[in-house]
Design a protein around this ligand. Sequence first.
Ligand code: DGL
Length: 272
Amino acid sequence: MIPAKYPIGIFDSGVGGLSVLREIRAEMPYEDILYFGDQGHVPYGPRPMKQIQDFSEAISRYLLLQHAKIIVVACNTASAAALRYLRKTFPHVPFVGMEPAVKPAAEKTQTGKVGVLATPATFQGALYASVVERFANGVELFQNTCNGLVQEIERGNLNGDETRRILKNALQPMLAENIDTVVLGCTHYPFVIPLIQEIVGDNVQVINPAPAVARQVKRLVEAGRMANEQGGAIRIITSGESEMVKSSLMVLLGMDAEVETVTWKTDREIAA
Ligand code: DGL
């Protein structure tokens, strides 16, 4: 039996997973959380699948060494590259991953046209192909990789010229095609929802899957009888610069927290 006091492990290439952490926190305020942001390697999106898989395996091992009772792959890109492999490699560990929310979008759209924003690796992965095959249901999908957007969000640039330019370039051609729904297929993007909504207008619905993912985490924790009713501590770990992550936490979540650092030895190993 896994002790309830053990933390929920969450990881992402950077600050994106904080959009999922925020929802998990709201659902389960008394859970301890251990968050790993791989700022040393961000962005994952343009990297080869095998390398993202190696990073994801090493981070999962690291979180398990710190007693994570469940691991949330709060990154669409890492989920695309590694989720199946992680479940096979660590068969006793419950994993929750991300997939682009094509299913709810296809159910909601009236025009039958949906925009999907995600990274190149997410679009290339078998997970996306399978989601489209199972759920698109004749709905037309317009995809864009928003090159450079993840880096802007890492810098806390949620509303600047470059962020606006990238989003306009992605969204305006989709609007011209008459989309009425946009799927956020990257966990960094919920932090720019106000700007996205400003560009697409009130008649287009923006879908952030993080709340549904948090509810799934809660279901699994409760089903495994691992729910903590006395914790609530958050530990933040980065493979990048702690000061930068500290200021991101303030900008993105209004959270003042200490940030621990780790270093990578190789693509497959984090120094203890
Ligand atoms: N937050 C990420 C995702 O959900 C990764 C972005 C990146 O590192 O390219 O896909």
